[in-house]
Design a protein around this ligand. Structure first.
Ligand code: DGY
Length: 319
């Protein structure tokens, strides 16, 4: 029997699955586990099932000890894990691709609609109690039909967002490290472009690339200036892909029309200027937040941990 540390609350069914085979120490406090408590608990662990709010770095791996075999993140993004540090120590790192693709694409499409149709503004207006009535020019937004969606990062979530946008009548361009499957490109009518061209031609730019040194502030002042002044930026990937201060200036000065954000550069803190602006829709990292999706994520993370503990290849290894 091995010792599995779960760093935060996850659906009970995943804990039960782990508990059927191993001793499980699961943090279930109402707040995130403190760093000191986390370092204390991981000592002697054979597996760590981590949430994206916990930093899994060399210090934590050392605190765990040489018996640690696997870090299974309950997320597809793994910028919270120092993967090279895991690899150096022979520790398997794993994530949860696939199971949150549709949920995250749904939120991307929701943000596209909220931003372009000014739904947040409308909701805030009604809740404020201010008088309003239908008017020919009242809260006019922008239609999606015939417009171009630029997808930055055309992996599973980017493709699923493109599929939804196509159903809304949008044309698709994408920027990606590699060409996508030609059959999928044909089905979506998607054309590959470099980032400069994508920014120049898109009416909505939606970010779906992983976060790392190569994508830190991928969208900064220069890229925002390259967008159409009528365009919108949507980010459901990771906050630091966007320079939030530059985005706030661009939105304030009307250099782009609007934005929809699910993730933040210094999450959970939101740039104070963004909070003041009407032309940005802000939601609190809800991309994968459905009961079904979170359950599937936790089960896949449990499967990753269990496989490694049994000496097998995990379903979704990173390294
Ligand atoms: C992920 O899995 O990386 C998502 O951001 C979680 O919502």
């Amino acid at each position: 029997m091995s010792r599995v540390v779960v760093t935060g609350r996850v659906p009970e069914i995943a804990i039960e699955k782990l508990r059927a085979e191993h001793e499980v120490d699961a943090w279930d406090g109402p707040e995130s586990i403190s760093r000191a408590e986390l370092l204390r608990r991981v000592a002697g662990a054979d597996a760590v099932v981590s949430l994206l709010t916990e930093r899994i770095d060399a210090e934590l791996l050392e605190a765990a000890g040489p018996q640690l075999k696997v870090v299974a993140n309950v997320a597809v993004g793994y910028d919270n894990i120092d993967v090279p540090a895991c690899t150096e120590r022979g520790i398997v790192a794993a994530n949860t691709p696939g199971v949150l693709t549709d949920a995250t694409a749904d939120i991307a499409l929701s943000l596209i609609l909220m931003a372009t149709r000014r739904l947040g503004e409308g909701e805030r207006l009604i809740r404020s109690g201010q008088a309003w009535k239908w008017g020919m020019f009242f809260l006019l937004g922008s239609s999606l039909q015939g417009k171009t969606l630029g997808v930055v990062g055309m992996g599973g979530i980017g493709q699923a967002t493109a599929r939804r946008a196509k159903a809304f009548g949008m044309e698709i361009v994408y920027q990606s490290r590699s060409e996508i499957d030609p059959g999928i490109a044909a089905e979506l009518g998607a054309r590959r472009a470099d980032l400069d061209e994508l920014l120049a031609v898109s009416d909505v730019v939606s970010l779906h690339c992983p976060y790392g040194p190569a994508t830190h502030h991928l969208i900064g002042a220069e890229q925002l200036a390259a967008m159409k002044s009528s365009a919108y930026l949507v980010n459901t990937a990771r906050g630091p892909i966007v320079d939030e201060a530059a985005l706030a200036s661009a939105l304030r000065e009307g250099r782009i029309a609007g934005a929809g954000l699910d993730v933040y550069e210094h999450e959970p803190r939101v740039h104070p200027e963004l909070l003041e602006l009407e032309n940005v829709t802000l939601v609190p990292h809800l991309g994968s937040a459905t009961v079904e999706t979170r359950t599937a994520m936790a089960m896949l993370a449990a499967d990753n941990a269990l496989a490694v503990l049994s000496g097998e290849q995990p379903p979704a290894p990173i390294n």
